[in-house]
Design a protein around this ligand. Structure first.
Ligand SMILES: O=C(O)CCC(=O)C1=CC=C[C@@H](O)[C@@H]1C(=O)O
Ligand SMILES: [Mg+2]
Length: 370
């Protein structure tokens, strides 16, 4: 298929409620919607970076810059036979994974639509439904976190993840265990807020039957995580530290984690995400799909990826109403049963993209680049 033209639109959407992690508080999401056209059919991608560089080094502005000056010019007018070629085309570019992913995922959607395949099938995913979890931010009090856990448990989410930071950790898990018992599937995410000096506190978490602790140490570390995993019973899961297939292999070889979080944007697109999934499957490391507060397009890419077999732990792939009053896909993503999302069977991402809503939310635009 020939890529005839590409449109970029930056949208700005308020969150229903602010979301706080150890690195800061967010109350809106800015992202770039990439539309890639071939013979009048559109494929859609969505950038997942935030407007600040506190999760990783990319921002909505760096993504726009990379797309406008490097990625769109390299792809537009090209003949593409399979979406895997896009990752190869952009392989010489250092990092900027979230920018690459925004356009690579659009080509996957386009390819799947043109082939009459659901995106899940195009990726080789076999599940018809996926179980989903939810990520719960830091609040001014422990009691407010407990109330949020209660609200999401009532909605049926299959796994609760709570954000922790030094001084807001043990008391949070203790209060949740006290209120809901030991059976509630519970994990914590520290977003790199601890160091090896905190080993005594981190080892205390071993008493709370947690599914895992996500990214306790530095965002760029796999060595100290291996040392920590030797000291802790709770499985360590890596998020920020894994950018490439080689990172994943090194982390597994070193014993830095027993579980891996795969975020499509962080690893530069669906082809890389699938390769990391396959490696983890081979090496006996279960994976789950991380979230970046995506709108519907990014969320549907996550659903499709989660249909691969080794996504055996419910991911942060919540329904649209977790963050948004109104989503940019129709219908919005809703549970078919408590804690379960259906993997779409229609071609591509499988839901219609609401152009009108996107236009209303657009704050910057480059239309029809040829
Ligand atoms: O999309 C979601 O619901 C997951 C949100 C979430 O937990 C995260 C998003 C982005 C950065 C972090 O705060 C965190 C994560 O690290 O997984
Ligand atoms: Mg995380």
């Amino acid at each position: 298929m020939k890529i005839d033209r590409i449109t970029l639109r930056q949208v700005r959407v308020p969150l229903k409620a602010p979301f706080e992690t150890s690195f800061g508080r967010m109350s809106r999401k800015d992202c770039v919607i990439v539309s890639v056209y071939s013979d009048g059919i559109a494929g859609y991608g969505e950038s997942v970076a935030f407007s600040h560089p506190y999760y990783n080094e990319e921002t909505t502005d760096t993504i726009w810059y990379m797309l406008e000056h490097f990625l769109v010019p390299a792809l537009v007018g090209k003949e593409v036979t399979s979406p895997e070629e896009v990752a190869v085309l952009f392989a010489p570019i250092r990092r900027n994974h979230m920018a690459i992913s925004a356009i690579e995922t659009a080509v996957w959607d386009l390819y799947a639509k043109r082939s009459g395949l659901s995106l899940a099938h195009a990726l080789g995913g076999g599940k018809q439904e996926i179980e989903v979890g939810v990520s719960i931010g830091i609040e001014p009090t422990v009691d407010l976190v407990v109330r949020n856990v209660e609200r999401f448990a009532e909605q049926g989410y299959k796994r609760m993840k709570v954000k922790i930071k030094p001084g807001f950790d043990i008391q949070v898990v203790e209060a949740i265990r006290k209120r809901f018992g030991d059976e509630l599937p519970l994990m914590v995410d520290a977003n790199s807020a601890y160091t090896l000096r905190d080993i005594p506190i981190l080892k205390e978490l071993d008493h709370y039957n947690l599914l895992m602790i996500e990214q306790p140490l530095a965002h760029d570390d796999i060595i100290e995580h291996a040392a920590l995993q030797l000291e802790m019973r709770t499985p360590v899961c890596l998020d920020e530290s894994i950018h490439t297939l080689a990172d994943a292999r090194h982390a597994i070889d070193l014993g830095s984690c027993r579980i891996m979080n795969i975020k499509i944007g962080r690893v530069g697109g669906l082809a890389n995400a699938k390769q990391i999934h396959d490696l983890c499957l081979q090496r006996g490391i279960p994976v789950w799909c991380g979230g970046m507060l995506e709108l519907g397009i990014g969320r549907l890419h996550n659903v499709a990826l989660s249909s691969l077999s080794n996504f055996s732990i419910p991911g942060d792939v919540s329904a649209s109403d977790r963050y948004w009053e109104q989503d940019i896909v129709i219908p919005g993503i809703q549970m078919v049963r408590p804690g379960v999302l259906a993997v779409p069977t229609h071609a591509g991402i499988g839901h219609e993209v609401c152009e009108q809503t996107i236009e209303r939310l657009t704050v910057r635009k480059l239309q029809g680049i040829t």
